[in-house]
Design a protein around this ligand. Structure first.
Ligand code: SAM
Ligand code: SF4
Length: 335
């Protein structure tokens, strides 16, 4: 495959070489900050990308210089054709990875290995079964914990995403870090973000400063080691001296990483979102089906990208929160 076209740049000279593809809006969990309890309304199959269309669009992005593809959702592993999609994308010259709730991971370990997947992000918001099951409104805690260990035993670089929410799971910061003492895993604390109908408000966030305060109070400031960041990192990395694992903080609201953003999102219904916070979308799938110039549409979409969080200055005022309630829920965007 030839990758010799000009890369995708925005007007701020940011090269966009990381594509996140949502494979489905559906999920086997109902995490309250992401999914409505009743699930999302079902739509006719024809509005979603088929596996072939997903792969065709991915190839076009790779020809435009995309170097990394993350499969997400909803829950990517509930997609019927997932093994075939992973297999085919694994043949492209990209780093292929995925974000999953890990419920079905045990079924696909070999598929991941054969496709050359080396790193996997798992979501887990509590180390306590009862709390996790309350947050996700289902009862898969034990299975998920077993599958995280399975990933580690099979040497996948594993990151565990924890959405921290005040008075829900923020008391577990220290527990999660202690969990990294003998496990080669990176726990990433993510700020709770506002999306359609998820009852977000500013007071429920847990900031980087609050996390660091808890960590220093428990482990001692001298034990907290700051690790270097990589280009395009969304996370600040730390480690407790002597621990096998690490932890990171993703503070999208209070301390964003937009300067080095290289991300493009493709939703399960084939729309490009040039920013997680943008409610503007361009229908790439329709363009593909009508035989239009998909490459031109991709470039135009990225050229329209605002510098920071789709132009939203602050999340502190009510107005911004309301703008956000007009955005899709995370499960339909693809987190
Ligand atoms: N089902 C998979 C999973 O949970 O890992 C992949 C999709 S999920 C939408 C991707 C990531 O988005 C998860 O780590 C989840 O915790 C995060 N997420 C969902 N809603 C969020 C919100 N309101 N604020 C912050 N992160 C959120
Ligand atoms: Fe499903 Fe992931 Fe959303 Fe939880 S965060 S409801 S696992 S898509």
């Amino acid at each position: 495959m030839q990758v010799n076209k000009a890369p995708i740049f925005d007007t701020f000279e940011r090269k966009h070489d990381y594509l996140r593809i949502s494979l489905t809006e559906r999920c086997n969990l109902r995490c309250f900050y992401c999914m409505p309890e009743e699930g999302i309304p079902l739509r006719e199959k024809a509005v979603f990308m088929t596996s072939e269309e997903t792969i065709e669009l991915a190839r076009i992005f790779v020809e435009l210089g995309v170097k990394k593809i993350r499969l997400t959702g909803g829950e990517p592993l509930i997609k019927k054709d997932i093994a075939n999609i992973i297999q085919q994308l694994g043949q492209l010259p990209v780093e292929l990875t995925l974000t999953t709730n890990a419920i079905l991971v045990d079924r696909y370990i070999e598929t991941f290995q054969e496709a050359g997947i080396q790193s996997i992000n798992v979501s887990l918001d509590s180390l306590k079964a009862e709390r996790f099951n309350a947050i996700s409104r289902r009862s898969y805690f034990d299975r998920i914990m077993t599958n995280i260990e399975l990933l580690l035993v099979n040497n996948f670089k594993t990151k565990v995403n924890v959405v921290l929410i005040k008075d829900v799971n923020d008391k577990e910061v220290v527990d999660f870090i202690e969990w990294t003492e003998n496990r080669d895993v990176e726990v990433r604390f993510i700020e709770f973000m506002p999306f359609d109908g998820n009852n977000w408000n500013w007071s429920k966030k847990v900031t980087q400063a609050e996390i660091i305060e808890k960590v220093e109070a428990h482990f001692g400031a001298e034990k907290l080691v700051s690790l270097p960041s990589l280009p395009n990192d969304t996370s600040r990395h730390y480690q407790i001296d002597g621990f096998k694992g690490k932890f990171g903080i993703i503070s999208t609201l209070t301390n964003p990483f937009c300067d080095s953003c290289n991300r493009i999102r493709l939703t399960a219904d084939g729309k490009i979102k040039n920013c997680l916070f943008s409610s503007e979308e361009v229908n790439l799938l329709q363009a593909l089906r009508k035989g239009k110039d998909v490459e031109k549409i991709i470039r135009e979409s990225i050229l329209a990208k605002k510098h920071s969080r789709a132009g939203i200055q602050s999340f502190e005022d009510e107005k911004s929160a309301l703008i956000h309630s007009a955005n899709r829920s995370m499960t339909t965007i693809g987190g």
